[in-house]
Design a protein around this ligand. Structure first.
Ligand SMILES: [Zn+2]
Length: 329
């Protein structure tokens, strides 16, 4: 399956990028393209479905998107029937997903349920020929399946926590999708499920698992659904240096690693001038200012926010004052 994602002008590009990244977290058969330019929305407090589907259709025509590619517009504005998302009955490759109000139903960042519903709608389309058939396969009583209808919107938490597809729906799906396509969708759903568990603090019993650096220098933990730990280029530069030296480095000795830090930074960031880069690295290596220890506490914060205090201890850079600092406890 292929999908092109658009954001309405009311959705900021950070949220949009995070949705797109979630759907690209695992490489596979299904392709998700993100269109950065926002689409204008009607100036109404509540959007009509017809308008949303028309917006998709004109975007499809404007940039010549193939007819077998899904188009989703993501908007925070409420829609007329207050749905999480829906596909156009006339052209079910056009659809919308709602990115607003999620905090009322589920305690996690909006990008997780938005990415989930994009996948759910794409799957739904494979299972039915018409809107009428859809009414038959949707589960009025939630069973923890992508096709749970969730009349009461709070019920959405069940299907996201299970990230599962019930045997009946699975049978329908297997007729339309190839095994690699299905596996990829399952892996993506599972990665969203794990990320939601982290976001909801249900991570006490999770064992630490290796963190890897991708070819784009992203820090991800594959076993946690490719969970990414984001940090600024300078923080990441320092972290990558510590990854290279598991035995640890004194903060006061950082100056001995200056060239190595510059090399790492040059690899991971194309931002700023060479001069600025040198200055930032000089500051970080200067034992007389706080730059490096500030970065260490920022790095600790990034891990704690994503993994929780206990699990984060295995990943951030530790060490008492005057001691060698190193990654992990
Ligand atoms: Zn089902």
């Amino acid at each position: 399956m292929k999908a092109t994602l658009f954001r309405g002008e009311d959705v900021n590009h950070e949220t949009f990028d995070r949705v797109h990244q979630l759907l690209q977290a695992i490489a596979g058969m299904n392709v998700f393209v993100g269109q950065g330019e926002p689409l204008p929305l009607p100036d109404k407090p509540i959007l009509a479905w017809k308008d949303l589907f028309e917006i998709c259709q004109s975007a499809r025509e404007n940039i010549a998107i193939e007819s077998d590619t899904f188009i989703f517009v993501i908007t925070e504005k409420p829609n007329e029937r207050n749905f999480f998302g829906y596909l156009d009955p006339v052209n079910p490759r056009n659809g919308f997903v709602h990115a607003g109000d999620w905090e009322r139903f589920i305690h996690c960042p909006a990008e997780l349920p938005v990415a989930y519903h994009i996948l759910a709608l794409m799957l739904q389309h494979q299972m039915v020929q018409s809107e009428r058939e859809l009414a038959h396969i949707l589960h009025k009583e939630p069973v923890g399946c992508v096709n749970d209808f969730c009349q009461n919107k709070r019920e959405v938490i069940l299907k996201m926590r299970t990230a599962d597809i019930c045997p009946n729906c699975m049978e329908l799906l297997a007729k339309k999708l190839s095994p690699p396509e299905m596996n990829h969708v399952f892996e993506l759903l599972e990665s969203l499920r794990i990320k939601m568990l982290f976001a909801q603090n249900m991570r006490q019993h999770i064992e630490p698992s290796p963190l890897v650096v991708t070819s784009e220098y992203n820090l991800v933990i594959p076993a946690y659904g490719n969970l990414e730990i984001r940090m600024t280029p300078l923080e990441k530069t320092l972290y990558l240096l510590y990854m290279r030296y598991p035995e640890g480095i004194h903060l006061t000795s950082l100056v001995e690693y200056k060239t190595e830090l510059q090399d790492i930074y040059a690899n991971i960031s194309s931002l700023g001038s060479l001069e600025e880069m040198r200055q930032s690295i000089d500051d970080m290596c200067n034992a007389l200012n706080n730059s490096a220890s500030e970065k260490l506490s920022k790095i600790k914060g990034h891990f704690e926010r994503v993994l929780g205090k206990e699990l984060a201890k295995h990943y951030y850079i530790h060490g008492s004052r005057g001691e060698r600092k190193r990654i992990g406890q």
